[in-house]
Design a protein around this ligand. Structure first.
Ligand SMILES: [Zn+2]
Length: 275
């Protein structure tokens, strides 16, 4: 009797051992636990974060300057749909096929985020522009007319955007303000804010009343600088060709055909990431 019980216990122990072995073999491998972040789960050695990674506290909108130091956006970490990817590939094709007749391709290549930025079609509800009052030395009322003519120049080139110059500081979408001089080689600067879909939300244009060498600007200088800055307001970055008004240090005093073709193509395309 004792012998049978012993045999039974040994058999039960053997079954348990076999079960343990199989359990160990069959149970799923442990998964790394994802931290509370949008970071993808890393299985191998973590790669160093890219230098331009968005800090976690980055706001939903981002800002660029005329220097084009754009911050890449991550629209909620959402993967683009098949149709969005198709649309992006069609947009890239249209930019490529414009070749050197526009600088949209070089603009995207030079950008850190491959993002097309522009206003929505604003022909029926013009963009509200506010001219901040100033006591800057050498400021002349004629400067404001010069800036208005720069805005109108782009509109009359066929961009589907109009401007209303009667805004006040509370409802302005574009603010034009003044300073006497920039510390660096510059007479104007534009800061643009856009959403995750590439729709520009607002812009601030800052113009200097003296050039970096201390020479007073005249109304026609202001017209030229603001023509360049309004290009930025509309979503253009710099051209590498000094025949274009969007050359970083404008050498020409009016829009080139390439400036016009570039902005018109931009306003035919769906804004947003091209990646
Ligand atoms: Zn510029």
């Amino acid at each position: 009797m004792v012998e049978r019980r012993l045999t039974g216990m040994i058999a039960a122990a053997a079954v348990l051992i076999v079960l343990f072995v199989f359990w160990d073999l069959l149970r799923p491998a442990p998964q790394p636990v994802a931290a509370e972040s949008d970071e993808p789960v890393r299985i191998a050695e973590p790669a160093p974060a890219p230098p331009d990674a968005v800090p976690p506290q980055a706001p939903a909108t981002s800002t660029t300057t005329t220097q084009g130091n754009a911050v890449p956006l991550d629209p909620g970490g959402r993967e683009p749909s098949y149709f969005e990817l198709m649309a992006r590939s069609e947009t890239r094709r249209r930019i490529r096929s414009s070749g050197t007749t526009t600088y949209l391709g070089e603009m995207i290549d030079a950008s850190g985020d491959s993002m097309l930025r522009r206003w929505e079609n604003r022909q029926t509800t013009p963009i509200r522009v506010y001219f901040a009052p100033t006591h800057a030395a050498n400021f002349q009322p004629a400067f404001v007319d010069a800036i208005k003519s720069a805005f109108d120049l782009w509109s009359s080139a066929g961009v589907p955007v109009r401007f209303n110059f009667d805004a006040d500081s509370t409802n302005a979408e574009v603010t034009v303000k003044w300073r006497i001089q920039f510390e660096i080689e510059r007479t104007g600067q534009t800061d643009v804010t856009w959403d995750e879909n590439g729709n520009i939300q607002s812009a601030v244009v800052t113009l200097a009343t003296f050039d970096p060498k201390g020479r007073p600007m005249d109304a026609d200088d202001i017209r030229v600088v603001s023509t360049h800055e309004v290009g930025h307001v509309l979503g253009l970055d710099h051209s590498k060709d000094s025949a274009d008004i969007m050359f970083p240090t404008a050498k020409v005093r009016d829009l080139s055909d390439r400036d016009v073709r570039t902005v018109l193509l931009l306003y035919q395309l769906i804004p947003g990431s091209l990646r």
